[in-house]
Design a protein around this ligand. Structure first.
Ligand SMILES: Cc1cc2nc3c(=O)[nH]c(=O)nc-3n(C[C@H](O)[C@H](O)[C@H](O)COP(=O)(O)OP(=O)(O)OC[C@H]3O[C@@H](n4cnc5c(N)ncnc54)[C@H](O)[C@@H]3O)c2cc1C
Length: 382
């Protein structure tokens, strides 16, 4: 039982975005930047965005040497280069849109830790630098093994270290908060606690139904132009036939550590593990490859085995000589495909578009995908 006023003033919009992660908010901002007169509503099921965008580790990255070599071994080179270019452009867009101060972007250095059995990748470094040069306009990788001792890593496990000149770190919370504020400043309305249960193309518009928690009834929002699905790992609800597998990521953060010996972002094992400094704390995540099956879930919950393993790695490999305490832990949900790492960007029907399946790259490409969603909305050939 909605009121006359609620029906008149809240339900009708030009565009309705479902999901307020980096992609949903970026798409809403791209629409408003290009078409300031359009009315844009974002519907978010959580009180806060509740997927990956507020739950990652704040890495602004284009890919480590072993990750890109692994990608090249099972995907065509043009596709890998295209994704690399998207990551670079997306990060530029994010930084330009919000500003480095607002997101606390810092180029403190980026390094990959190389183990004994990965040493052969060093021989591929120059080949990869040459391959990536036309996209990046510079050499990505250089050897930085001399810093292993300075950073205090366990030398029996870390046999080499590679610096990446195109990566940095940011504050995930500040990034999402400032994106939200920017969206508000453009006049975008974001409603939280609004779990969308169905999206239907009526032929003239899109009908987006939400369960009203208080009235215990479904209310129908209308998108005159389009509804845009930006629910990433949760998108199967609306697109059951798409190749989308959720992938949970576990993360921990330490309490502040006196004389933390390193600063920067660090990866190892093809990007399956990642850690960084946050001031004098360490944020460490990953290990999904230890238990792919359990972690292929949309349930936001701890995996005690993986968290114990992360603590062990922290103790033995990353901080072998430095006492630390874990302050807190959390999990976030990513979305992956079985064939390649490209996001799904598609028109599902004349009034419904989707931009989902961002893998472990949404911080990097999310802002660009927002622009691409806007272009797709205005492309009558598709
Ligand atoms: C631990 C971890 C580490 C990561 N590391 C990196 C990294 O190093 N570099 C990088 O670039 N990326 C990284 N990522 C990935 C990146 O965070 C994601 O790709 C990106 O945030 C996805 O953004 P999104 O907006 O598509 O999805 P999300 O942020 O998941 O947003 C989807 C939103 O949709 C909402 N929603 C779902 N269903 C409904 C519904 N029915 N109705 C209304 N709302 C709904 C959810 O609550 C959620 O807020 C990492 C992610 C995690 C979890």
């Amino acid at each position: 039982m909605l009121s006359f006023w609620e029906k008149n003033s809240f339900l009708h919009h030009d565009y309705i975005v479902v999901g307020s992660g980096i992609v949903g908010l970026s798409a809403a901002c791209s629409i408003k930047e290009q078409d300031p007169q359009a009315s844009v509503l974002v519907l978010e099921r959580g009180i806060l965005p509740t997927g990956a965008s507020t739950r990652n580790a704040g890495f602004a990255c284009i890919g480590s040497l072993t990750e890109l070599l692994a990608d090249l071994s099972h995907s065509p080179t043009p596709l890998v280069l295209s994704l690399l270019s998207m990551r670079l452009k997306g990060l530029q867009k994010l930084r330009e849109r919000l500003g480095d101060t607002a997101i606390d972007y810092r180029a403190l250095g980026s390094y990959e830790l190389i183990s004994e059995h990965e040493l052969a990748c060093l021989e591929e470094m120059e080949r990869l630098n040459t391959l990536l040069y036309p996209v990046l306009g510079g050499n990505a990788f250089s050897l930085a093994s001399h810093k292993i001792g300075e950073f205090g890593f366990d030398k029996t496990q870390v046999k080499a270290m590679i610096q990446n000149n195109f990566e940095g770190q940011l504050d995930t919370g500040k990034m999402m908060h400032s994106l939200w504020q920017y969206a508000s400043s453009l006049g975008i309305m974001v409603l939280t606690g609004a779990e969308v249960c169905s999206i239907t193309d009526s032929g003239n518009d899109a009908i987006v139904e939400v369960n009203h928690q208080i009235l215990h009834e479904k209310i129908a929002f209308i998108a005159n132009k389009s509804a845009i699905i930006c629910t990433n790992a949760f998108a199967k609800q609306f697109m059951p036939n798409e190749d989308i597998t959720p992938g949970r990521g576990q993360v921990l953060v330490t309490k502040p550590i006196d004389n933390l010996p390193f600063k920067g972002i660090f990866h190892f094992d093809e990007g399956y593990y990642y850690f960084r400094n946050y001031g004098n704390r360490v944020i460490f995540g990953g290990g999904r490859n230890l238990d792919f099956a359990t972690e292929a879930t949309t349930e936001i919950a701890y995996n005690p085995q993986i968290l114990a393993h992360l603590q062990h790695k922290l103790q033995t490999l990353i901080l072998p000589n430095t006492p630390f305490e874990v302050d807190m832990q959390w999990a976030g949900i990513m979305a992956f495909g079985t064939t390649d790492k490209m996001p799904i960007l598609k028109k599902i029907s004349p009034h419904i578009v989707a931009g989902v399946r961002l893998g472990g790259m949404g911080v990097a490409i999310g802002s660009l995908l927002g622009d691409q969603i806007y272009e797709l909305l205005n492309d009558d050939s598709k």
